[in-house]
Design a protein around this ligand. Structure first.
Ligand SMILES: Nc1ncnc2c1ncn2[C@@H]1O[C@H](COP(=O)(O)OP(=O)(O)O)[C@@H](O)[C@H]1O
Ligand SMILES: C[C@@](O)(CCOP(=O)(O)O)CC(=O)O
Ligand SMILES: [Mg+2]
Length: 374
């Protein structure tokens, strides 16, 4: 690592269809966002490891020797394919002074960092003496994959600090991507970070955070979408906070309680993703209004399904109602329970109608918008 260190970044994502169902082996379609998380890695001083996470109000530092001793107490083989153990996480919580239920954003961020740092360094070398700062353009806990972007940045930086991956920058280059197999390793370790934060993630968010672009994800299989037409989508943050971990656990509980009722809903969400992919791949690259009625109907059906599996919220119902009053169709994106919704903007939607919808959304408290292009 040079004395100037390394700047790493990873994008957030929008799930078009398949959130939650993807945790249960169904397909999801997701696209990377222009909003990113950034990490600066610098050589540390005095055999210390420092982290600064302004987004969640964390500034902590530890002795490298103290972390090495802690790593020795965790008595387990660390591997990117092994789930973080409950006992391991309990030891880390106790060490960092984190409550046993560890659900606050700062606690989860520290826990994911400590786990990834100790696990990666145990596999590839010594606990590194580095300074790490992470900041983001993404809202945290709003359905845009901030946890995955954070985990991808941490995985890349820690693997780099432990010399498990190369420095991709060649002389004179300002930016670069790691080679494919190193990206796969980053993705696998980012998944471990997501496991600490989410409990039981599908892996779709860290896949988009690592690879970018538009992809279909199912049971660990990542496929780039063949052709992605230009799709205008309005992103609205309801500003209602929620935790992905809690929502994912709630869906699992419902499936266990009513398998015969819930499994067909997940199958139907899967079919929506398939149908949406077919439409997207049939659409010309340039905006073409005739495909939109189907895409709009798929949004509506999926939004109903997401309510059925228990991840809706009154703020999201309001968002859908307000946009519907302007002829526009919306659904939640990500874990739901608040967070963000997406609204499809067909090429024949008038700028006046879109502006009016945005104004009404602001009036009902959903104050943040951005237009994204697929
Ligand atoms: N920039 C960041 N710095 C530190 N922690 C972060 C950052 N972004 C996200 N996180 C962690 O991820 C959690 C949010 O993850 P999650 O509930 O999955 O929501 P989402 O991924 O939709 O934003 C936060 O509570 C925090 O622990
Ligand atoms: C609900 C889920 O499908 C997506 C969660 O996304 P987010 O953390 O809300 O950005 C969970 C997952 O796929 O791991
Ligand atoms: Mg998340």
């Amino acid at each position: 690592m040079s004395e100037h260190g390394l700047l790493v970044s990873a994008p957030g994502k929008v799930i078009l269809h398949g959130e939650h169902a993807v945790v249960h082996g169904k397909a999801a379609l997701a696209v990377a966002l222009g909003l990113r998380t950034f990490l600066r890695l610098r050589p540390g001083g005095g055999e210390r490891l420092r982290i600064h996470l302004p987004g969640v109000g964390v500034r902590r530092e530890w002795d490298v020797a103290e972390l090495s001793a802690l790593r020795g107490r965790l008595t387990a083989d660390f591997d990117e394919s092994k789930s973080p153990g409950v006992e391991q996480l309990d030891v880390l919580k106790e060490f960092a002074g984190i409550a046993a239920d560890a659900s606050a954003p700062d606690s989860l961020a520290i826990l994911a960092f400590l786990y990834m740092c100790l696990a990666i360094s145990a596999k590839y070398g010594d606990v590194p003496s580095v300074d790490i700062a992470v900041w983001s353009e993404l809202p945290t806990g709003a359905g845009l994959g901030s946890s995955a972007a954070y985990a991808v940045c941490l995985a890349a930086a820690l693997l780099h600090a432990c010399r498990a991956i190369s420095c991709p920058l060649k002389d004179g280059e300002a930016t670069a991507r790691w080679p494919e197999e190193e990206m796969s390793l980053i993705n696998s370790w980012a998944f471990q970070g997501e496991r600490v934060i989410h409990g039981n993630p599908s892996g779709v968010d860290n896949a988009v955070g690592t690879w970018g672009g538009a992809l279909r994800y199912q049971s660990g299989k990542i496929t780039s979408l063949k052709r992605v037409p230009t799709l205008r989508i309005l992103l609205t943050n309801t500003k209602v906070p929620r935790s992905t971990k809690v929502l994912v656990a709630g869906v699992k509980e419902k499936i266990l309680k009513f398998p015969a009722i819930m499994n067909p809903v997940l199958d139907s969400i899967d079919a929506i993703s398939q149908e949406c992919q077919s439409v997207l791949e049939a659409m010309p690259t340039n905006p073409s209004p005739e495909y939109y009625p189907v895409l709009e109907e798929l949004f509506d059906i999926n939004q109903h399904h997401l309510n059925v599996i228990g991840v809706g919220h009154p703020s999201l119902d309001r968002l859908c109602r307000v946009t519907a009053s302007h002829g526009l169709h919306s659904k939640l994106t990500g874990a739901g329970g608040g967070g963000c919704g997406i609204t499809l903007l067909p090429p024949d939607a008038t700028p006046l109608a879109v502006e009016a919808a945005k104004r009404d959304l602001c009036a009902c408290g959903c104050a943040e918008h951005c237009d994204i292009l697929g």
